[in-house]
Design a protein. Structure first.
Length: 183
């Protein structure tokens, strides 16, 4: 009986440690205004959502610089940058890492787009992505938002798989742009 109880306690503790717990508000719904933000990028330059009014924005949140999944995701966006630019879209990455961490990550992988430092975790919270990992670390969940030129959420991807994600976003974005142009 004691052995069974010990195994059960270990199983529950392990599940807790490796689970994620949402700490943030609900994500903004498709069709609603995207939450405003003002954050520094890897060079220390400030960016706000208002800076991109009139453009399509791919705002992607990721947990941690220089980790395998985050590197895969960033490099795939990097590799598709010309296709995004061709349709008039900008890519902005966001994590709770600091400017210095972003600079090292961006330099190592030659990222041609801003990586925004949400060290106060306000943006991750307002977009509903702030999550507790391993029972302790507060990080951004891997979510992506397409924001239209009027500043509204056009599409939201939750808990994405980093492999192939950029291609999916690009295909959906092309459809959204074509739909707007047709109307």
């Amino acid at each position: 009986m004691t052995r069974f109880l010990h195994s059960a306690v270990v199983a529950v503790a392990t599940a807790f440690l490796f689970s994620t717990v949402a700490l943030a508000d609900d994500p903004p719904a498709v069709g609603t205004a995207a939450p405003a933000f003002r954050l520094q990028d890897q060079t220390g330059k400030w960016h706000s959502l208002a800076d991109y009014k009139g453009k399509w924005v791919v705002l992607y949140f990721y947990p941690k610089d220089a980790t395998p999944g985050c590197t895969t995701q960033a490099c795939e966006f990097r590799d598709n940058i010309f296709a995004y630019r061709e349709i008039g879209a900008v890519i902005l990455g966001v994590s709770v890492d600091n400017v210095e961490s972003h600079k090292a990550f961006s330099d190592e992988h030659s990222l041609p787009f801003p990586i925004l430092a949400d060290v106060e975790k306000k943006t991750a919270t307002s977009y509903g992505t702030l999550t507790k990992y391993l029972g302790i670390a507060e990080l951004a969940r891997r979510d992506t938002f397409i924001i239209d030129p009027q500043g509204r959420v056009a599409k939201h991807y939750m808990k994405v798989d980093p492999k192939g994600h950029s291609e999916i976003v690009l295909a959906d974005l092309k459809q959204l742009v074509a739909k707007v142009k047709a109307s």
